[in-house]
Structure formats: structure tokens, C-alpha cells
Write a protein of this length. Structure first.
Length: 308
């Protein structure tokens, strides 16, 4: 699918195909890919990289354009089961036009970052800044989910909460790799600012972008280190909860076993207190019953005295 946008009054507006400054290809089909490769002279490998979530970010100079591949977070849904994924985005920069390629539709042009756009070069930096800001938002969500899972792990013996925590830790590793990869592209953009036609205000924006991405990477690194360092402790909490349950069940088993043992020893040789004339006394029954009750009480006081 193809959408056309133009910059008007400092905003990016959807327009017709005749005056589009930004061509946004969403999961291009085979015909659109052939058009991009044959007519617009895009490198086929670079185009496929823009649709591959496992590709690393990079900046490449072609004869007629500049290709930028950068990473951004994939929109999270409940079906992902605590797994935050990363996808690639391709920016192909021409003299007076930009071609944007993604594997799925995403709100790339939303937010306060796209107010007061001064030109195509400014739009490029704002798209990358939107990706950095999106990573920061997801890191905050991951931190909140991690705190919630930690409380559930402390009170539960189920493995699913621990597995969800492992999934979050894995997501943070991928996020950290993507953020660092974007940082390399931003540094190359700063180095090639004059060649790319960046204005002084664009270069100043690049400096701010470098700071934001560095802080984002540091935040992701801290969250990843905290999760990795506490996984063993949280696994121990689950094991400790299981040991407490086993101990409680063992005490209950002993408390039931002793009265059963007492009754089993004497029950074959005692007369029950039934109205039978040939039996003169029933004190052995009451004695065994008292021993059984006393053994349960003894177990209770022993556990309480030992503070088990």
C-alpha cells in the first residue's frame, strides 16, 4: 500500500500522488518492489533490509539517494505475551523526495514531534526521534510490568510469572541492541551532516537526538541489568514458597498420622462402647481416644515450641 504526504504550514499532510514529497510504502507487494528497484534505483538488498526485523541499522550512500535503515519498537498487543518486538524501517532520501518503507502500518507521524516541520531533512530527524521516544515509552511500560510480575512472584508458586519475567528480560536485550544500533546511525548522520544537506538547526537537533538516544540506551541497560541480577533471587522466592507449602503439608500429615497409629495399634484388641451385656467396662476405648487426641495436641505444641 502506498500513501502520499506533503509538508504544508509546518505539518505533514496526506495528499495526492502528483505533489507528494513523502512516499510511504506499507508492506509493498511484488509490483511495488519492482518499481522501487527498477525505476527508483533502490538497492534490492537494502529494500529487503527495510522489511527484515533482524537487520541492523545502517547508513549507505547510493549514486542517486541515501539509504537509512533504523530500528523502532513494534506496536505491542496482548497476544505477544509480554514479548516486546523490534522492526526495521527504511528511509531513502532523494534530493526533493523521501521514500519510507515499513513491513506494517504504524503511526509514524503522530505526536508533538511532527509539529513545525521545516523541511524534508528536518522530517528525517523527527522520524528517528519518534523511534527513540517510542523506545522510551516502551521501557516505562516494561518497568511497570516488571514491578507487577515481581509482586506476583513473591506470593505465587506458578512458573508462568517467572517465565514472563524471562520474556521481558529477552525483550530488553533486543531493545538495547536496537537502540545502540540506532545510535551508530545517528553518529554517522552527524558526521555526514554537510554531505546530507543538513542546516545548522538540523545539526543542533542532531546533537539533542544523540543525547536522547544515549539516555534511552542507558535506561535500557539499567533495566536489563536489574532484571538479570534479580532473576536468581526471584527464582529462589518461588522455590522457598514451595518449601513452605511442603513443610505445612508435612506437619499436617504427621498430625494425622500419630492418632491413626495409636488407634491402629489398639483397635484390634478393644471393645467398642456399645450396649453389650457381656462387656463390663469401656475404659480402654476412652484411653485410646485420649491418646490419639493427645498425640495431635502434642504435635501442635511441638511445632509451636520449635517455631517450625
Amino acid at each position: 500500500m502506498l500513501k502520499h504526504y506533503k509538508i504544508a504550514d509546518g505539518k505533514l499532510l496526506e495528499c495526492g500522488p502528483d505533489n507528494g514529497q513523502v512516499l510511504y510504502y506499507i508492506s509493498p507487494d511484488e509490483a511495488e518492489r519492482r518499481h522501487l528497484v527498477d525505476d527508483r534505483k533502490l538497492d534490492e538488498h537494502t529494500l529487503n533490509s527495510a522489511l527484515d526485523p533482524d537487520e541492523v541499522s545502517r547508513l549507505e550512500f547510493e549514486p542517486e539517494h541515501v539509504a537509512v535503515i533504523f530500528k523502532r519498537p513494534k506496536n505491542y498487543s496482548s497476544e505477544d505475551n509480554f514479548q516486546f518486538k523490534v522492526c526495521s524501517t527504511g528511509l531513502f532520501i532523494f534530493k526533493d523526495q523521501i521514500i519510507l518503507v515499513t513491513a506494517e502500518e504504524a503511526p509514524l507521524f503522530e505526536g508533538r514531534q511532527f509539529q513545525r516541520i521545516t523541511g524534508l531533512r528536518d522530517l528525517i530527524l523527527r522520524l528517528i526521534y519518534r523511534s527513540v521516544f517510542h523506545f522510551i515509552e516502551h521501557l516505562r511500560v516494561i518497568n511497570m510490568i516488571s514491578a507487577s510480575l515481581e509482586q506476583q512472584i513473591n506470593t505465587s508458586m506458578e512458573n508462568k510469572h517467572l517465565l514472563n519475567m524471562f520474556t521481558l528480560e529477552k525483550s530488553l536485550v533486543y531493545y538495547l541492541n536496537a537502540i545502540n544500533s540506532n545510535g551508530s546511525v545517528i553518529d554517522r548522520l552527524k558526521t555526514s551532516a554537510v554531505k546530507l544537506g543538513f542546516l545548522p538547526e538540523n545539526i543542533e537537533f542532531l546533537d539533542d537526538l544523540i543525547i536522547e538516544n544515549t539516555q534511552c540506551a542507558r535506561q535500557a541497560e539499567i533495566y536489563s541489568s536489574v532484571l538479570a541480577g534479580l532473576m536468581d533471587a526471584r527464582a529462589s522466592v518461588v522455590a522457598n514458597n514451595l518449601n513452605l507449602l511442603i513443610k505445612t503439608l508435612t506437619i499436617i500429615t504427621i498430625a494425622i498420622m500419630l492418632p491413626t497409629l495409636v488407634v491402629s495399634i489398639f483397635s484390634m484388641n478393644l471393645n467398642l462402647p456399645l450396649p453389650r451385656p457381656e462387656v463390663e467396662t469401656h475404659w480402654p476405648f476412652w484411653t485410646v481416644l485420649a491418646l490419639a487426641i493427645g498425640s495431635s495436641i502434642g504435635v501442635y505444641w511441638w511445632v509451636k515450641f520449635k517455631k517450625i
